[in-house]
Ligand binder design. Sequence first.
Ligand code: ASP
Length: 426
Amino acid sequence: MKSKHLTLNIVIALILGIVIGSICDIFSQSGTVKFIDQYFFNTVGQIFLNLIFMLVVPVVFVSIVLGVVGVGDPKLLGGIGLKTLIFFLCTTAIAITIAILLALAVKPGAGHSDLMKSADVSSYQKTLDKQNEGAEAPAKQTFDQTLINLFPKNPIEAMTQGNMLQVITFSIFIGIGIMVMGEKALIVKQFFEQFNDVLMYIISMIMTVFAPIGTFCLVAHAFTGAGLGAIKQLGLYFIVVLVALILHFFLIYGGTIKFLAKDSPIKFFKGFIPAITIGFGGSSSNAALPVSMECTKKMGVRPEIASFVQPLGATINMDGTAIMQGVATIFIAQISGAQLSIVQILTVIVIAVVASIGTAGVPGVGLIMLAMVLTAVDLNPAAIGIIIGIDRLLDMTRTAVNITGDAACAFMISKQEDRKLAKKAN
Ligand code: ASP
């Protein structure tokens, strides 16, 4: 991949997608626009996304195995794992705090109590009621069940269902097995290394051939159906989420690279552009994973660390999602005329951290998990119906933030390990 050209092409495709998609959105009732949207934007975009999705499970499996083998020491692996988890939890808590403070200051829902009576709420309430009509109400996972479910009974089933946490657990065990067996498992190790090379080659090929046109189509399709008009009514909510995302992106990730990794944030953000555009275009942390790992490795992140930290992050670290959930909760409280107490706000922070961990790295799930946060502070989850119309665009933006957080963590840990090794060598 000639990355300089490719990055430029993807950025141009992204901008063109936004412009042409927004124009098409104005004429979204026209038959020609509908045709172009369905048979060109959506079809090409989905093919591109599927091509990347096709690689996600094999890439996660192979790279985590190699990541564990590459770290080479179970103790060091534990240390990296712990650091990763602490980083993920802290940055998510910071993200939601920024979001809540901003929403409390700007009050995007003030004076919009009419929205609560709008048709969107009742139609979403009907959807919720319908879901609950079935004999089995959606089972709430208790903590013990969540723990049990980390361990797959059948790893193949976990892979076919895309249960990333179970795939990660299985991969860690295979990696530890290969690491401990050393020479005896050399062929298995080599198989994984070569399989990884093959996967990386396919990713480069897909990116070189399809990324610009695929990104253009995905973004154009998202904007065509986005109903940009709806943004007007929910404008302040939209802007608060966007500003909180931008603040978190530059301050927290930029700060992490500058002060913890002691490197240049500009170099980091620039090198990560291809992954950001795929995250933005596809609204899926999982889909962006193969490209985002390639980007960080190119920036000098040690492969074993990128391979371990980023798949885990794409599954459990969702700062952008937490930001949306924080702003949405305050917004819904404001339009409902509810006053949240300090205890309730702290509850929102804790539950949103948990909800974002539970959010799968695929489009739209963050909004579904928002119901959990709203219910915890006695707000009506049906109010999600109000913001659902503009969530597609916010999903794109928050996904870009989600994956950048994972990459910043991998970058920081890798640089810190490099420094440790250099100190030892002196
Ligand atoms: N689309 C987001 C992601 O994949 C998850 C969400 O917030 O819906 O990271």
